[in-house]
Design a protein around this ligand. Structure first.
Ligand SMILES: NC(=O)N[C@@H](CC(=O)O)C(=O)O
Ligand SMILES: [Zn+2]
Ligand SMILES: [Zn+2]
Length: 432
């Protein structure tokens, strides 16, 4: 299949910013030219898919470095197929899947299984992340070198912190020698102490046990110290607090090799927005105060926060339709991420170029892949319609998960086309 995109505004930071015609062939970008320079499609062969790029923005395929696909083992929540299709519907061309499946992705067989399942699906790509410790138990280090050979690009015990600082030091030394990053779920379980939402007035009013900011930031500070000690690459997942951002800002200024992500809910919502006992607003880390939300936006704007990832965490209805403190932590995010993130541009917090850096370029840098829109590179591309107004309706989600706090929210901007490996894997229908 060939694709020709005419007159699209391309934003590929550091490479292109302007109107271009793009030709895609055999999975690769074949030509990227100033408008009017490509031969007319009528001259080309019949199987050319022509897209009128007018009014659309073309960006390198969006990459989400933090997604829970739930397969193997919890296919009732999500499968690799539904998750990768949901990603495509959200304009995301590649996802990194967390290892907290059942069995855990703590060995090369599970990694190979995930890759083989993904191969059957024509949607987003998958980049598996392996577990640090056997069964995420924080005791025994896995054979990370073997998993790397099978296809992982990073490790994490996400969902669980690595409580043992010595094990974390060994992990960082091991991963430094393999040149792969360690993704940190920063949580001090003793400080979190079984809490279910942010510690503060809203929790007190609802009578729900709170989780203090320090439950996150003390572990961020510990792992900055260990990154400094070992020289390893540390990436902090789902940052939610002002104190974490302050610590990472200082670490970067010192030259410590750390990066971090936040998720759309942390720059969009606060604990004061949680309707009484609504478990679709429950996730880990929890929604914080307005001061934290402001610090997250500031961190995105000044570059302290490198990227936006969803922490897409689908759960079944019966895991959410229980008392707040009993409900599963986590919300879905793949299909709302772009719309919510574009709001940062609308509100003037980020430029569109900065947003593309946070949703496509910085993730690629972390993973060591090149997603520039240049001839010869494989064609992963997201075409964004900035003007489309739509309302979040979980019943229309491609994901099996319906657990979103954004039901009924009006958003502006969405993926019009998602192209992976030179194939259109998603086209937005006009019925939205
Ligand atoms: N974020 C969540 O609230 N839940 C995640 C685990 C995690 O990301 O820590 C999950 O797997 O459900
Ligand atoms: Zn986590
Ligand atoms: Zn997660």
């Amino acid at each position: 299949m060939q694709i020709q995109i005419k007159g699209v505004r391309v934003i590929d930071p550091g490479n292109i910013e302007g109107i271009r015609d793009i030709r895609i062939k055999d999975g690769l970008f074949e030509a990227v030219s100033e408008p009017g320079q490509l031969p007319d499609v009528a001259e080309a062969s019949q199987d050319v898919n022509v897209i009128d790029g007018q009014g659309l923005i073309g960006v390198p395929g969006l990459i989400d470095v933090h997604v829970h696909l739930r397969e193997p083992g919890q296919e009732y929540k999500e499968t690799i197929e539904t998750g990768l299709k949901a990603a495509a519907a959200g304009g995301i061309t590649a996802v990194c899947c967390m290892p907290n499946t059942n069995p855990v992705n703590d060995n090369a067989q599970v990694t190979a299984f995930i890759l083989s399942q993904a191969k059957k699906v024509h949607a987003a790509r998958v980049y598996p992340v392996g577990a640090i410790s056997a069964n995420l138990e924080g005791q025994k280090l896995n054979d990370i070198a073997d998993m790397k050979k099978a296809g992982i690009w990073a490790v994490t015990d996400d969902g669980m912190p690595v409580t043992d600082s010595q094990l974390m030091r060994r992990t960082l030394e091991y991963c430094k020698s393999l040149d792969i990053p360690v993704l940190v779920h920063a949580e001090d379980k003793r400080l979190a102490d079984g809490g279910a939402m942010n510690e503060g007035l809203p929790a007190t009013v609802m009578g729900i046990k709170g989780i203090p900011n320090a439950a996150e930031s003390v572990m961020v500070m510990r792992d900055i110290a260990l990154a400094e000690l070992t020289g390893a690459r540390v990436h902090f997942c789902h940052m939610s607090t002002a104190q974490s951002i302050e610590a990472i800002r200082a670490a970067k200024a010192k030259g410590v090799r750390v990066t971090c992500e936040t998720a759309p809910h942390y720059f969009t919502l606060t604990d004061a927005d949680i309707p009484a006992y609504d478990t679709n607003f429950k996730m880990n880390p929890p929604l914080r105060s307005d001061k934290d939300r402001a610090a997250i936006i500031e961190g995105l704007a000044d570059g302290t926060i490198d990227m936006i990832a969803t922490d897409h965490a689908p759960h079944a209805e019966d895991e959410k339709q229980v008392e707040f403190d009993q409900a599963a932590f986590g919300i879905v995010g793949l299909e709302t991420s772009l719309g919510l993130s574009l709001d940062l541009v609308t509100r003037g917090h980020l430029t569109l170029i900065q947003l593309v850096e946070k949703m496509a370029k910085a993730p690629a840098d972390l993973m060591g892949i090149n997603n520039d829109i240049v001839p010869g590179n494989r064609a992963d591309l997201t075409l964004i319609d900035m003007d489309t107004d739509w309302i979040v309706n979980p019943d229309a989600f491609v994901s099996k998960g319906r657990n979103t706090p954004f039901t009924g929210r009006s958003l502006k901007g969405a993926a019009a086309f998602t192209i992976v490996d030179g194939r259109i894997v998603y086209t937005r229908s006009s019925s939205f």
